[in-house]
Design a protein around this ligand. Structure first.
Ligand code: SUG
Length: 446
């Protein structure tokens, strides 16, 4: 028996619209918009409350410290921390924006997780993503490793591997390019690794977007996790999906238990990919494929229909809820498809729940991006360190904490304000106490 816990990334105080992610249509379109970090964090917490009220266990991962002072020092800025921020802003605002992004909120990119039912040694295996494809994301890997090792510290239950090398095209984007099909969370399943390119393929992208995930990185994670014969499947994202803005596979597909929900153009092999999935799952996978005629790929990407959380409903075996971004409502085709899932009564999905994640969505982060799924047995759950499993009391405390520390307006020019660094540190210092994580941040150890 195992239960899946969604660990959501809490939005950090520097949430802004830097337009840093080429290939992510929303991020580029939002460049220069004034952000509201307070609203962003509260929207994330509201989603967590909603999940808890559905009876789904909820965990939380704290923000990383930003701007990343250690990285700025490594890049040649020196002196007091406040002076470093000012000098970096003066020298290169774009560089500072990269080192100030609150992108760790998208916890689906924090790591790839294989539950103990799948692994050779019967432990939960976790590999933090190297996020090597984008500078602002690559600087997440170090703190993600430290954090995951602190929370999943018990070696009897957990193996947290080092992240993969970050150089070249060896990109690993974590769970955003990973799905799992299984009869249920506690049973052995098949893990699907979705990659966009080979790390060693020199072919130019002909003006299209550069895929982020390398096949060889996916293969390395599967090896590290001890996924034996028949337990790992490698599928290539379609060129068309990447170019339409599906920078991660979780923009065009989502899986839960034995159910896969995907766009027909998600994979390069097209229809054949779905046949491969079917034959890889001896327990019988249930595949619902959205046809281009019903939901055009561009609509799927624009509405983030597939970036929904598909979750099993505790206490209701076989039944699932789909948590979708509000944006789906503005796409008649996506909405009709979603409603059809429930109305037909022929799928395990019996409820659609819409969430407002406007602030995160403007940066291309929907419900599924904000969470890292970790299936745990009762013994594994008992071994989790810190107060990172939410209850209503902690959630209410976090809302008060956000209200006290977060700004409601931030522009890219504000990133050069050294007061922002101090405000963030005061907030994170208090947060590490609330979450029982001790002095986890580098500034607390200095
Ligand atoms: O990596 N956006 C993130 C969004 C990640 C979504 N995650 C999943 N699909 N699982 C990205 O592109 C935007 C930051 C900016 O532009 O300032 C950003 O990094």
């Amino acid at each position: 028996m195992a239960e899946e816990i969604n660990f959501d990334g809490l939005v950090g105080p520097t949430h802004n619209f830097g337009g840093l992610s080429q290939g992510n249509v929303a991020s580029i379109a939002s460049k220069g918009r004034v952000s509201n970090p307070r609203a962003a964090a509260l929207q994330g917490l509201a989603k967590m409350r909603l999940m808890m009220r559905l009876g789904v266990p909820q965990g939380i991962l704290p923000p990383h410290e930003r701007p990343h002072i250690w990285a700025l020092r490594r890049l040649g800025f020196s002196g007091a921390d406040a002076a470093i921020v000012e000098a970096a802003f003066k020298a290169d605002p774009t560089l500072l924006a990269n080192l100030s992004s609150a992108s760790a909120m998208w916890a689906a990119n924090a790591a790839t997780v294989s539950p103990s039912a799948d692994t050779a040694d019967g432990r939960v295996h976790i590999t933090p993503a190297n996020l090597g494809a984008k500078l602002h994301r690559s600087i997440e890997a170090g703190f993600s490793l430290l954090l995951l090792r602190a929370i999943f510290a018990d070696p009897a239950h957990f193996a947290v591997h080092d992240f993969l090398p970050q150089s070249g095209k060896f990109g690993d984007e974590g769970a955003a390019n990973h799905m799992r099909l299984a009869p249920n969370h506690g049973a052995p399943g098949v893990e699907i690794f979705v990659y966009g390119r080979s790390a060693f393929d020199a072919t130019a992208t002909d003006g299209g977007f550069e895929p982020r995930q390398a096949l060889e990185a996916s293969q390395a994670v599967a090896r590290l996790h001890g996924l034996g014969e028949g337990k790992a499947l490698f599928l290539r994202q379609s060129r068309e999906a990447v170019d339409a803005g599906a920078f991660h596979n979780d923009v065009v597909a989502v899986a839960n238990g034995p159910l896969l929900l995907a766009h027909e153009r998600a994979f390069e092999a097209g229809e054949a990919a779905f046949a491969v999935i079917a034959s890889a799952c001896p327990f019988g996978a249930f595949q619902i494929i959205a046809r281009e005629a019903d939901v055009p790929l561009t609509e799927a990407v624009r509405s983030y229909l597939f970036n929904s959380q598909l979750v099993s409903r505790p206490g209701k075996p076989g039944s699932m809820a789909l948590i979708l971004p509000e944006d789906v409502k503005s796409s008649p085709a996506a909405l009709a498809f979603a409603q059809g899932l429930v109305e037909r009564g022929t799928t395990p999905i019996d409820e659609l729940v819409f969430v407002d994640l406007r602030q995160s969505m403007w940066n291309g982060g929907g419900p599924a991006c904000l969470r890292l799924r970790i299936a745990l047995t009762a013994a594994e759950r008992a071994a989790v360190q810190g107060k990172v499993l939410l209850d209503e009391t902690l959630l209410a405390r976090l809302e008060v904490w956000v209200g006290r520390h977060y700004r409601d307006r931030l522009t890219c020019a504000d990133l050069g304000d050294p007061a922002l660094l101090e405000e963030g540190r005061t907030a994170l210092d208090e947060l590490s106490g609330l979450l029982g994580l001790g002095s986890i941040y580098p500034f607390q150890r200095a």
